[in-house]
Design a protein around this ligand. Structure first.
Ligand SMILES: NC(=O)c1ccc[n+]([C@@H]2O[C@H](COP(=O)([O-])OP(=O)(O)OC[C@H]3O[C@@H](n4cnc5c(N)ncnc54)[C@H](O)[C@@H]3O)[C@@H](O)[C@H]2O)c1
Length: 264
């Protein structure tokens, strides 16, 4: 049980395909106590694959919080600390592009939508870390992880403004990682995950081709959400105490490939 005694907050379990759903399940199976959270709208969903069902299954609390709102984040952190004590790990698994949702081509992006996308997908990470910092809510040697995609470094035409959103997210991890490291030995990293079939993933145009191409290019094939969860747990555990301010590829080798005859 590599997370025995650890307390965590997990953002982003929308349904049973969400990467955060798998991470929550694995963390609890490995001994962690967690609080689940998501945007208030996610709490309107009912049924076997809703966040409230997951909370029942994992015997934990689920607290709504819009990650773009500081008052929601403060309430979440306060209640989580009341329930669990100080926090050892936090997962940010949040992403949304309004321009993609509205089918706006990249070259015709609406900039109000773009700002909203950055607020949800990236600035929320800064808001979250700033809230944890101000409330001194984390234990020394804690770990903060956000999920990202290689679209931050390379062009995937249908990934749109999420490219910039992920670049910003990864930069926040490095910058806050410095401050958290100096103050509390807390590490901050991003995991750059393979394309994964989820609500957010499948919202990208041509997602199936995208998934197949990455699968063929990667010597190990695409990494699943379950395997992402296992990797993520190592970053929450005490086995990675000196890994910080890194963007870590969990992609079956895709990021090191130039060409693979299988993909031609
Ligand atoms: N699916 C992929 O191919 C893939 C690949 C690499 C990285 N990622 C990243 O993984 C993370 C999780 O995505 P996923 O693929 O599991 O999809 P998902 O749709 O299951 O998760 C996205 C989550 O963001 C939440 N969210 C949206 N707006 C929010 C807000 N204002 N406040 C709080 N939560 C909000 C949604 O409710 C949802 O739970 C995202 O950062 C995504 O970019 C996904």
């Amino acid at each position: 049980m590599i997370l025995k005694g650890k307390k965590g907050i997990i953002f982003g379990a929308l349904d049973d395909q969400s990467i955060a759903w798998k991470i929550a399940e694995h963390c609890v199976a490995e001994g962690a106590e967690i609080v689940l959270t998501n945007a208030p709208v996610a709490f309107r969903m009912r049924g076997d694959t809703s966040i409230t069902t997951l909370a029942e299954k994992l015997n934990c609390e689920a607290i709504p919080a819009d990650a773009t709102r500081l008052d929601d984040l403060e309430n979440l952190v306060e209640k989580s600390v009341e329930k669990l004590g100080k926090i050892d790990f936090v997962l940010h698994s949040i992403g949304m592009s309004i321009n993609i949702r509205k089918n706006k081509p990249y070259t015709e992006s609406n900039h109000d939508y773009m700002q909203k996308s950055f607020d949800i997908s990236s600035i929320s990470f800064h808001k979250l870390m700033q809230t944890l910092w101000k409330m001194d809510a984390m234990n020394d040697w804690g770990s903060v992880v956000a999920l990202t995609y290689i679209g931050a470094q390379r062009i995937f035409p249908h990934y749109g403004e999420m490219a910039e959103a992920k670049a910003l997210l990864e930069s926040f991890a490095r910058s806050f990682g410095y401050h958290f490291g100096e103050k509390k030995k807390i590490r901050v990293n991003t995991i750059s995950q393979s394309p994964t079939v989820t609500t957010a993933g499948s919202g990208i145009e041509g997602f199936d081709d995208f998934w197949n191409h990455a699968d063929k290019m990667s010597p190990l094939g695409n990494a699943s959400a379950d395997d992402c969860a296992k990797y993520c747990m190592t970053l929450f555990s005490d086995y990675t105490k000196y890994v910080t301010m890194q963007n870590l590829f969990h992609d079956g080798g895709f990021s090191s490939m130039g060409m693979n005859p299988k993909a031609v």
